[in-house]
Design a protein around this ligand. Structure first.
Ligand SMILES: Nc1ncnc2c1ncn2[C@@H]1O[C@H](COP(=O)(O)OP(=O)(O)OP(=O)(O)O)[C@@H](O)[C@H]1O
Length: 989
């Protein structure tokens, strides 16, 4: 460590008390401190001063500010003692008054002492009161009269407004001294307003001249007004009126930080606020409305506005850029998405269904503000964009006292406890059944998120110190705390390479004692580097909170699910219908099943069985059993991978059937078809008995894709690819989960057709690449920490998955099952027929079938023939012959003679089926029966029009051939003996 330089250390000794407070506003982070570590820990040690505060030449930020810092104590030392006493008294009063002002309304009395500017604020306040005494209250005397003459003579009657402006400035300085940019903005706004006001007052006051005396000027815009307006008024009186009118309006916009584009919204907001229905404000404050998902279009105007208007407006700009700029549909329900966006596509609300009124929301909001402390207050719209300084003890010690700002409310508070809107649906078949969605209080609220903890402060100090140690000219400018990780933002000084920070990743990991540090360079949409570091005190995200969030409530779409919370604390809600298919992957224990549970529970909470139907495949047999029997299921939960593969084939056929309808009735999407059906615009042909109903969305959930791919890779892949390529328009959506995201499970074809991805922690970077096409998932920390890459997004969004407890699931399922009994279709995954393949056949079924065919067709029971024709050895041929005998195909051995064949060729099909373990009839029978079933089904259920039946039969015939004839084709599901329809008629037939 360098030897202390007594001259310098005398100059730079950290001042105490209020002067220290001033120093914090001007001192920059120490640079070039080779002994940074020890210096950083030693408070005001003179010994470390040399390195830590000596300004390095050539640095813009630090070198310009540091000298001022050093001068302050010297100036103070030079002041005579009476001045120092007076100054101390002034500041004492300032602190007293400031203490009171900071407690007004939203309490900000925890403002750090070193940030306060109470002296300046008190000056503004005093001046305002002083001017008010004579301007408002008419105080007389030589001194007030003199000052009044000057003020009034300068500003005319606009001087009446001066106290008001000074009070506002004082108020801001007391409460937000660190918001230099905002304070400057308001100050400049007031200056412009005064100037324009004087000009206007001069014209409106009859344009008095100096020659007419000062009395006239005082009645109008004063001397200032005269100077500002009279040259313009010489052209025409309307000119200064127009110019200064416009200027006054602009000054209003500057003071209120209102971009032009946001004027209507602000006016509406003001109206709602006055009427006590400021929903938007509550929304904005409570849900960190900017960051869920941004298009590049949104970020461009955002940056521009940020420079012009500061942080608050940055979001407005983002909002403007976003709305209407979408080039593609978003899976994520964004804070900024227009409210009606999803509603237009989703099913309309049933009669009796309503959203809470704004008045109700306002009442709830007030309750929230009373009940939830700071978070609740923030939710109530208070002080949402106020910046608070971040000065940590570590930074003070290190001498790096730059005010670091974080949003006062960086983490969205618990959502307003407004119930999820209750909807009731009349199920069409059982007309007297009213289906009620589960009540929102079934899902309990989570804990109130923390805005900032000591752990965060400690990490900021470590990061700052690491940057200093390596002489990287960059500063931690803020952080946003999410439930699992906090993202610290680092801004570089001009001329510093990004690589200097990214190269430090290992040192940063070391400094913060975490191996899961993830560096984002840059943070999408920001000129800053993000360093995501796991919280040592992580929080659970409750699904109830996500579903109660504004994002979820802004749409009634039944396929909307609560995903979780992003790193900025915003609730992430996604529409499964827009994904349109999702791959969920991650190592075991990373949180996939919990995610799938959240997804299913979201659907059960929001959708009726006639809106969404599900097929669940759970080869692990434990994950989804809780949902057995819910009426949203169209088939019992499938646990057998082979049956699951068959179910996928059924889904393909279902999709084809839906496409037929779309094509025949001329619609492009099932939503349009459904809308037309609801509006009564889709009529079956006159002579058809078919009753056309809206198609529900069909959600197919596979909890372990690897198990399916092991059983029938080709079939499963074929079905998945076909479904994913076409099913979007048919309202069929796939969710494929796997803990083995290797290329043999998630094949290239599957990947190419499943555009949305949710990656939980993977065990290797290779797995991460398979899921996301980029590394990152291997750095996740498990337990619901995920990277979400919805369709169309270029960068994955880090989210903490929503958590739903088993008891919550149980309550939801009980409620749902209590509403309606599940009615299963039996053609999706037909019950496996009694297994008749005896153990003695073992792996020889295939060859045994060939042997049977050979023997029966040739009617020649010879072992050597089997040997020859089937190219098997003597022993195997003998074994096959024994098996044939045991199944009654041939008679007993008669020495060297061929055996008697007991089965006639006509019965071959039945025998083969019996061997396969099926009691199916012959293939021909099967096909014929399927076709006639189909026709019956159509007639019984009011099926297709005659011409459609023919086309349908062709189609079915193909399906039957292709799918082996063992399954009933779609459309046959309702062929009940009494010809009645299924309550849940999936295909509407
Ligand atoms: N969103 C979450 N919030 C909090 N904890 C979670 C979350 N998701 C998962 N966990 C924790 O992680 C554990 C494992 O999660 P889960 O069973 O979902 O993992 P998985 O990836 O499905 O594992 P497997 O593949 O072995 O089934 C859970 O028991 C729970 O303790």
């Amino acid at each position: 460590m360098e030897a202390p330089d007594p001259r310098k250390s005398a100059e730079i000794r950290p001042p105490s008390g209020t002067v220290a407070g001033m120093a914090t506003r001007t001192t920059s982070a120490p640079r070039g401190n080779t002994g940074g570590t020890s210096g950083g820990k030693s408070g005001s040690s003179a010994g470390r001063g040399t390195g830590s505060t000596t300004p390095r030449t050539g640095r813009t930020g630090s070198s310009t500010r540091a000298p001022r810092t050093r001068q302050l104590p010297a100036v103070e030392q030079r002041q005579p003692w009476p001045l120092r006493v007076l100054g101390g008294a002034w500041l004492g009063i300032g602190h007293m008054v400031g203490g009171g002002v900071r407690r007004i309304g939203h309490d900000v009395s925890d403002l750090p002492a070193e940030q306060r500017r109470d002296g300046a604020a008190l000056f503004n306040l005093g001046l305002g009161v002083f001017i008010a005494t004579f301007a408002w209250w008419g105080l007389t005397g030589w001194f007030p009269d003199t000052v009044y003459a000057v003020v009034n003579g300068t500003f005319g009657w606009i001087s009446l407004l001066l106290p008001l402006m000074l009070f506002v400035c004082a108020f801001r300085l007391f409460r937000r001294p660190a918001d230099g940019r905002g304070n400057n903005r308001v100050g400049i706004g007031f200056l412009i307003m005064t100037f324009a006001g004087c000009g206007l007052a001069h014209v409106l006051g009859g344009q008095p001249t100096v020659a007419q005396g000062f009395d006239g000027l005082r009645q109008a815009g004063g001397m200032l007004g005269f100077l500002a307006a009279s040259p313009l008024a010489a052209i025409h009186a309307a000119v200064p009126l127009a110019i200064y009118g416009l200027l006054a309006f602009v000054s209003l916009l500057i003071i209120t930080a209102t971009p032009f584009g946001a004027i209507p919204r602000r006016l509406r907001g003001a109206y709602e606020h006055l009427m006590g229905i400021d929903l938007q404000e509550a929304d904005d404050a409570g849900h960190d409305r900017s960051y869920l998902y941004e298009t590049p279009a949104a970020t461009a105007p955002k940056k521009k506005r940020r420079r012009l208007f500061g942080k608050d407006e940055e979001n407005d700009a983002g909002l403007e850029g976003y709305v209407g700029d979408e080039a593609f549909e978003h899976a994520v329900i964004d804070d900024d998405a227009p409210a009606g966006d999803n509603e237009s596509k989703g099913p309309s609300l049933a009669p009796g269904v309503r959203r809470p009124t704004q008045a109700e929301i306002a009442v709830e909001k007030i309750k929230a503000a009373q009940g939830l402390g700071t978070a609740g207050k923030a939710a109530a719209g208070e002080n949402a964009t106020e910046a608070i300084p971040l000065v940590t003890p570590g930074m003070v010690a290190a001498g790096s006292l730059n005010p670091v700002k974080v949003p006062a409310n960086p983490v969205a508070p618990a959502p307003l406890p407004i119930p999820i809107p209750q909807r009731t649906e009349q199920l069409s078949l059982a007309g007297d059944v009213t289906y009620t969605l589960p009540s929102s209080d079934v899902l309990t609220p989570g804990s109130i998120p923390k805005e900032r903890t000591e752990a965060n402060d400690a990490i900021v100090a470590s990061l700052t110190e690491t940057l200093n140690q390596f002489n990287v000219e960059a500063q931690v400018t803020g952080f946003s705390r999410g439930p699992t990780v906090t993202r610290y933002e680092i801004e570089l000084s001009p001329g510093t390479k990004v690589e200097r920070v990214t190269a430090l990743s290992k040192n940063i990991s070391y400094a913060v004692a975490s191996s899961d540090v993830r560096i984002l360079s840059p943070i999408p949409g920001k000129s800053a580097i993000g360093i995501e570091i796991p919280n040592t005190d992580r929080e659970t995200v409750s699904l109830g909170d996500v579903l109660r969030s504004q994002n979820a409530r802004r749409t009634d779409h039944p396929m909307v699910m609560g995903v979780g919370k992003d790193v900025e604390g915003g609730y992430v809600v996604a529409n499964l219908a827009k994904m349109p298919h999702l791959l969920v992957a991650g190592a075991t224990g990373a949180g996939k099943s919990s995610f799938v549970n959240s997804m299913i529970t979201s659907i059960l909470m929001r959708a009726t069985p006639d809106e969404v139907r599900m097929v669940m495949v759970d080869p692990k047999r434990v994950e989804l059993t809780a949902y057995e029997g819910v009426p949203h299921l169209i088939t019992p939960i499938i646990t057998n991978p082979k049956k699951a593969a068959e179910a996928l084939q059924w889904v393909v056929r279902e999709m084809d059937a839906r496409y037929d309808d779309l094509a025949n009735y001329g619609f492009k999407h099932i939503d349009d078809f459904n809308k037309a059906v609801r509006a009564g615009k889709v009529q079956p042909p006159v002579d058809s008995k078919r009753v056309i109903r809206p198609y529900p969305y069909l959600l197919v959930i596979v909890d372990e894709l690897a198990d399916l791919m092991m059983v029938a890779p080709r079939d499963v892949e074929d079905s998945i690819v076909r479904i994913t390529q076409l099913a979007r328009a048919a309202g069929i959506h796939l969710v494929l989960a796997t803990q083995r995201p290797s290329v043999d499970v998630v094949t290239g074809l599957i990947k190419a057709n499943v555009p949305s991805r949710m990656a939980f922690a993977t065990s290797s970077v290779t797995d991460s690449r398979v899921v996301l096409d980029q590394p990152g998932a291997e750095k996740l920390i498990g337990q619901g920490d995920a990277l979400f890459l919805p369709m169309g997004a270029s960068k994955a969004m880090r989210v903490q998955g929503a958590w739903v407890t088993e008891s919550e699931i149980h309550k939801v399922v009980e409620h749902v099952k209590g509403q309606l009994k599940a009615v299963y279709r039996d053609d999706v995954a037909p019950e496996a027929q009694k297994k008749q393949i005896d153990d003695d056949i073992g792996d020889d079924l295939e060859v045994l079938l060939q042997a049977t065919e050979l023997v029966v067709t040739t009617q020649f029971g010879s072992t050597s023939m089997l040997q020859r024709k089937l190219r098997v050895g003597f022993a195997k041929a003998g074994r096959l012959m024994d098996l044939l005998e045991s199944r009654g195909v041939v008679g007993p051995s008669e020495g060297s003679k061929a055996r008697d064949v007991l089965v006639k060729p006509d019965d071959l099909a039945a025998v083969l089926a019996a061997m396969k373990g099926l009691d199916a009839p012959t293939a021909a029978d099967s096909q014929t029966a399927a076709l006639s079933d189909n026709a019956n089904a159509n007639i019984a259920q009011g099926g297709y029009a005659e011409d459609l039946v023919a086309a349908d039969l062709d189609q079915r015939a193909q399906n039957v051939e292709y799918y082996d004839g063992a399954d009933s084709p779609p459309g046959s599901h309702g062929d009940d003996e009494d010809g009645s329809e299924d309550a849940w008629s999936l295909t509407g037939r």
